[in-house]
Design a binder for this molecule. Structure first.
Ligand SMILES: C[S@@+](CC[C@H](N)C(=O)[O-])C[C@H]1O[C@@H](n2cnc3c(N)ncnc32)[C@H](O)[C@@H]1O
Length: 226
């Protein structure tokens, strides 16, 4: 189901522009943009300090990143989301609540390297990324080799990807891709909410929906190997 465009979308995004690093792709050809365009952030300027940086890819309405930023004030968070309609809710929430350590990228993940410097990210969160089970859409899955190579370039040595999903098929695919692309998985759980990791878990909007239906949540931490 297509979501109706939010009222005064552009004006409301503009009102949050102090939180926004970039919006849209300078060129519709993402491959070309990824190779040729660079507008790298200076974290010290962006956050007014230099702290560890965590990136959430596909932040949706921003409930997760807002809560993480509150719990971990010593970390700076970049929340990336391609859909303007959705990221607006996240930006307005962070602005309203005066959370100081979150900034936003309203761009496709395919071009994140145009904005974040290489090896500058300590951790990446992939929460309930669309599983895209069709073989023809494998390249668009956020744990396909194409994206893992992007994350490898962004992550610091020993950096981590924290993944959660409701889809067992997508989870098994991701575990295989991590192993084949230079990541070693730890702290894997096939029923997160009934595991030892439940107490520290910050629940996302999609996660709440699936958990209320009694569905298991899958999670792993993929650690970049040298
Ligand atoms: C199923 S939702 C999950 C939202 C949120 N993480 C949660 O757990 O509640 C997946 C989100 O990822 C975003 N997304 C999918 N592919 C993306 C891409 N290539 N770049 C950026 N965002 C993407 C979608 O727009 C959507 O908001």
């Amino acid at each position: 189901m297509r979501m109706r465009k939010k009222r005064r979308l552009d004006a409301r995004i503009e009102a949050c522009s102090d939180l926004l690093i970039a919006r849209g792709s300078p060129d519709p050809n993402l491959k070309k943009t990824e190779q040729e365009y660079r507008a790298l952030v200076d974290y010290a300027q962006l956050f007014g300090r230099r702290a560890p940086v965590h990136l959430e890819v596909g932040c949706g309405n921003g409930g997760f990143v807002a809560e993480m930023a509150r719990r971990f004030p010593e970390v700076d968070f970049v929340a990336l989301e391609v859909c303007s309609n959705v990221i607006l809710t996240a930006m307005e929430r962070v602005k309203r609540e005066g959370i100081p350590n979150v900034r936003f990228l309203n761009v496709p993940a395919e071009i994140v390297r145009c904005f974040l410097p290489e090896h500058s990210v300590e951790r990446i969160y992939l929460n309930f990324s669309t599983p895209l089970p069709q073989k023809s859409r494998e390249k668009q899955r956020l744990t396909s080799p194409r994206f893992l190579s992007i994350y490898r370039a962004l992550l610091q040595q020993g950096g981590e990807i924290w993944q959660k999903t409701d889809s067992e098929e997508f989870f098994d695919y991701s575990l295989r891709m991590f192993a084949e692309n230079g990541f070693a998985c730890r702290d894997t759980a096939r029923d997160l909410h009934h595991s030892g990791y439940a107490a520290e878990n910050v629940v996302t909007e999609y996660e709440r929906m699936f958990a209320e239906k009694g569905l298991p949540i899958f999670r792993t931490v993929a650690v970049l190997q040298n």
